[in-house]
Design a protein around this ligand. Sequence first.
Ligand SMILES: NC(=O)c1ccc[n+]([C@@H]2O[C@H](COP(=O)([O-])OP(=O)(O)OC[C@H]3O[C@@H](n4cnc5c(N)ncnc54)[C@H](OP(=O)(O)O)[C@@H]3O)[C@@H](O)[C@H]2O)c1
Length: 312
Amino acid sequence: MKSAFLNKDKQLVVDFRSKPKPKSHELLIKVHATSVNPSDWKQMKNFAKLGLSYHAGADFSGVVEEVGEKVTRFKKGDAVFAHKGPGGGAASEYLTVHENHVLSVPDNVSLDHAAGVPTAAITAWHGLITYGNLKPGHKVLIIGASGGVGSYAIQIAKAFDAEVTGVSGGESIEMVKQLGADHVIDYKKNNVVKEERLFGKFDLILDMVSIGHYKEYFPLLAPKGQYVTSVTTKQNFIGKLKGLFSFGRKKANVIFVPTRGLEQLKEIRKLMEKGQIVTPVHDTFTLDDINQAYDLSKRGGVNGKIIIQMVS
Ligand SMILES: NC(=O)c1ccc[n+]([C@@H]2O[C@H](COP(=O)([O-])OP(=O)(O)OC[C@H]3O[C@@H](n4cnc5c(N)ncnc54)[C@H](OP(=O)(O)O)[C@@H]3O)[C@@H](O)[C@H]2O)c1
């Protein structure tokens, strides 16, 4: 089977490897698609530096081709999707996974769209719900609203009846509105942290860009408001430590996606089923062009998700 991995020269290549065999509780999945998350190429770079092996691809959708002898939840032909974690080998024609770590793809969702969801939507869920304690009626500011995480965050926040202000720029503004944002601020024209009309307004700020110091955003927070970011900079780590001792005052949090966000993905799946979460696709590549897909993600300006299909 074809698979994308780091070769001995530390280059990401697509080459042939042997097809895996499912163990007793595992499924053999014929992968339909994976999607690109910045964490894929960031972690790959670190693995390359350390000379470690790396199999590309965290998220996948596909169809069960074979089941291990003790599998009870799925059968051949079922459409499934899940998060295998960066380096999980989802950029492969086949993979094996424990039956308890996948979910069925809702009937109303395409396999391409399902592949976009896991990492980005789980991150958005953790940012808004697990760490952000979002409640109906809360006012939330989503910075990086047009990106992978941001585009799901808008939809999850709207499903929780929050009032959403998205920060994005240029051409992506229309998409952010279409995904449900009540207000959009163009970061190319306005400096959000200097907009006095926004001071004290937000119960939650979810920042997927983190270009300024987190403290710059505190004036925008309501009393007890919280700033949560998915971007792991040294500064944000310090903010997280300080947040632990804030005793109810405005807190900064850095969020991490647990390897298994399955409980969150189950909740997200319910919203997919109801049509409350869709995947905006920025571009689609084939496995052979995975380097182009990663380069596009590195260059930035991605609105929604980049999908990589295993089938040409
Ligand atoms: N810690 C974790 O567990 C975790 C998990 C997932 C992701 N992440 C991190 O979270 C970040 C976002 O991930 P992602 O998947 O959403 O990335 P992405 O798909 O590349 O999205 C980033 C978005 O930010 C927009 N943007 C750039 N500059 C901006 C600005 N100044 N203000 C507002 N928007 C701006 C970009 O669009 P335009 O350039 O068109 O404006 C793009 O749509 C990445 O750094 C990623 O590594 C962390």
